[in-house]
Design a protein around this ligand. Sequence first.
Ligand SMILES: C[S@@+](CC[C@H](N)C(=O)[O-])C[C@H]1O[C@@H](n2cnc3c(N)ncnc32)[C@H](O)[C@@H]1O
Length: 334
Amino acid sequence: MKSPIHIPVLLRESVEALKVRPGGRYIDCTVGTGGHALAIIERSLPGGQLLGIDADPEAIAVTRQRLAEFGEAVQLVNDNFANLESICTRYSFRPVDGILLDLGLSTLQLEGESRGFSFQREAPLDMRANPSQGLTAGEIVNSYPEADLARLLFEYGEERASRQISRHIVANRPINSTLHLVGVIEQSFRGKRGRIHPATRTFQALRIAVNNELENLQSALRQAVALLRPERRLVVISYHSLEDRIVKNFLRQEEKGCICPPKLALCVCGRQPTLKILTKRVVTPAAFERFTNPRSHSARMRVAERVCPGAGEGTPIADQGSAAKTNIREHPKE
Ligand SMILES: C[S@@+](CC[C@H](N)C(=O)[O-])C[C@H]1O[C@@H](n2cnc3c(N)ncnc32)[C@H](O)[C@@H]1O
């Protein structure tokens, strides 16, 4: 069967933000089906190199075929980006000229018949990015105590009806498939519906828990900084507020450096800034992209540049002239 096409989100904006140059060496930590990776490797020729990582073996197989023409300039690794440093050491791929994280799910995963990521199609409750690893969504749904399930839905899904939904889930066990779970969630809303599908937040929470998404992101961000050459860039596209908050707080902390309590008059931690934030406001897709690719509507991009103590500061993206600005819509409020 032909794989569904994933339309890369904020493609031009993210590749421009990375400042891809010929001969450069880049990491795409979420290579997916290779949309961003293709644009990056094309712009980095001649002499460029790309290391593409994805936890999903199916995505790696699709991208291996798609980028085969680039031969050894592209290396693809089926691994978790939480292991970023050790992957780069294994492949002697450091320091690097740019790192991209385009978080979330690919169309391949959302539309996969056996993956269970989508609340719109019948599938087993799996949700593992790498189907050979760990706990499934079904195991969580059918075995967690009600209070733990409610906490998980509240923390990872920001679901205000977490207790109601958990009560219904426990009362209807065993729940064997995505649409069975959707039916149980709908019952717990008793016909009341908001702007989003009632199962959106529960599915987000389960997916985050199954794949340990928030911890992996924190860990990858920390490792990414150490791999970047001075004045080179980290670009992160996130799709929900929990991810975006982690990225925003991380970049702010790295820009500040010092982690001493504010009441101390003098710095005792000795930490120096490692990043300069280039997107003072988050970048979101332009209206045309949101219209033509509805999956882009929640995307938020943040960009930072590696600084070394005493080195010059980066140029804010919004000051880089019309090419970088076109189609970039900065979010009005943080
Ligand atoms: C939105 S898709 C990326 C799409 C890609 N930019 C493209 O143009 O095709 C996100 C990808 O990140 C992968 N992913 C999510 N968490 C990961 C992790 N911790 N380690 C490695 N890959 C991860 C998913 O498997 C998925 O393929």
